[in-house]
Design a protein around this ligand. Structure first.
Ligand code: NCD
Ligand code: ZN
Length: 349
């Protein structure tokens, strides 16, 4: 049976939500991840150090005692309201790890964003001084840009100029979804990228060709098979510019199976199994630890975990959980059940 041991992984992009949903989902991230880079797109967004600190405490209050290894890493939502002195204090105090830019209107709750990426030069200059990473949701919202070209258009229209003006700014291209994005990262030494389990394992035919699948609808949208192949190639290559960020983004079935499908894939429960299966299919399991445990830690300046996990491929299991129910009765569907039937994960004593 195929098997691999890796340092406990980190999830460098995760949506943990709040209240009932937070209470229901956080254990799924905490089970196999050491760190989670927690996205700030709540309503209202997380924009001050005090809000980040309070949110961090709400998260920790909901982590089961047996999973106390889990440490949320907090981010602030970029907008003109961001107070740079407050941000600097938050970074200095170790409360804020990074900031996240969303183009207004691009994705869930980014209607709250204001301003073009090009309008934040003062912030970017300070981030360089503070050695703090800018996390970017890279999608053009121009109405004349095709849905499947939005990432490439954003890189051309916005991110390229920012990287040229701020050559020392560390940028994470979040949930890179296209070959064009991979190419952009490779040609910009200060740009790195997170890649999701769903963009590594699915493409737009899975989303659209057999009836539209709400559970696979996310932003940026799953793109072509060739784009997926470029992502897989980048992930298994071991290249330190690419690492796991699950973008686990739970939405209740009531928001998924309606006329307006909420964007987001809930992959926290089985994302690691999905990535293991991708690497296994590529005969690259020995590179898994770089992608899920080492590369991201190096980018964010932390040593990898000293705890180890063992992942072992197994005979397919019949019955594993496929959804959860929140205390208010909402259901959330798990991504990656097929792959998770094939993998056993355990902590190495
Ligand atoms: C995310 C969410 O639901 O918060 N949705 C998604 O499709 N990825 C937001 C985001 O990261 O774009
Ligand atoms: Zn996200």
């Amino acid at each position: 049976m195929a098997s691999v041991e890796i340092p406990m992984p980190d999830d460098w992009h995760v949506h943990l939500r709040d209240d009932d949903m937070l209470a229901a989902v956080v254990e799924h991230t905490a089970r196999w991840f050491r760190y989670g880079m927690v996205m700030p797109n709540l309503r209202p967004p997380v924009q001050t150090t005090a809000q980040a600190d309070a949110y961090r405490r709400r998260i920790l209050n909901r982590v089961p005692a047996a999973l106390s290894h889990f440490q949320p890493q907090m981010t602030l939502f970029v907008s003109h309201d961001l107070d740079l002195d407050d941000l600097g204090r938050g970074i200095e105090a170790g409360i804020v790890r990074a900031v996240k830019f969303y183009p207004p209107g691009a994705t869930t709750n980014s209607d709250q964003a204001k301003g073009d990426l090009g309008e934040f030069d003062e912030l970017f200059g300070r981030l360089v001084e503070w050695n703090t990473q800018l996390l970017v949701h890279a999608e053009s919202t121009r109405s004349d840009v095709d849905l499947f070209d939005r990432e490439a258009a954003f890189l051309d229209d916005h991110l390229a100029a920012v990287c040229a003006r701020h050559p020392k700014l560390g940028v994470t291209l979040e949930h890179v979804s296209t070959a064009a994005g991979v190419e952009f990262v490779r040609s910009n030494p200060n740009v790195v990228a997170s890649i999701t389990p769903h963009h590594l394992s699915r493409e737009r035919a899975d989303l659209l060709a057999f009836g539209m699948k709400p559970d696979l609808y996310c932003k940026p949208v799953l793109n072509t098979a060739a784009d997926r192949d470029a992502l897989v190639e980048a992930a298994v290559s071991g290249d330190g510019q690419f690492f796991l960020g699950t973008d686990s983004a739970p939405h209740p079935t009531t928001a998924k199976y309606g006329p307006n499908v909420a964007a987001g894939v809930f992959n926290a429960p089985y994302g690691l199994e999905v990535v293991a299966e991708v690497f296994h299919q590529q005969e690259a399991l020995e590179e898994l630890g770089k992608f899920v445990s080492l590369n991201g830690a190096a980018v964010y300046g932390v040593p990898p975990s000293v705890d180890q996990l063992r992942l072992t491929r197994r005979e397919a299991q019949d019955t594993i959980p496929e959804r959860l129910r929140t205390s208010s009765g909402e259901e959330v569907v798990f991504f990656g059940v097929e792959e998770a039937r094939l993998w056993h994960i355990e902590a190495v004593a």
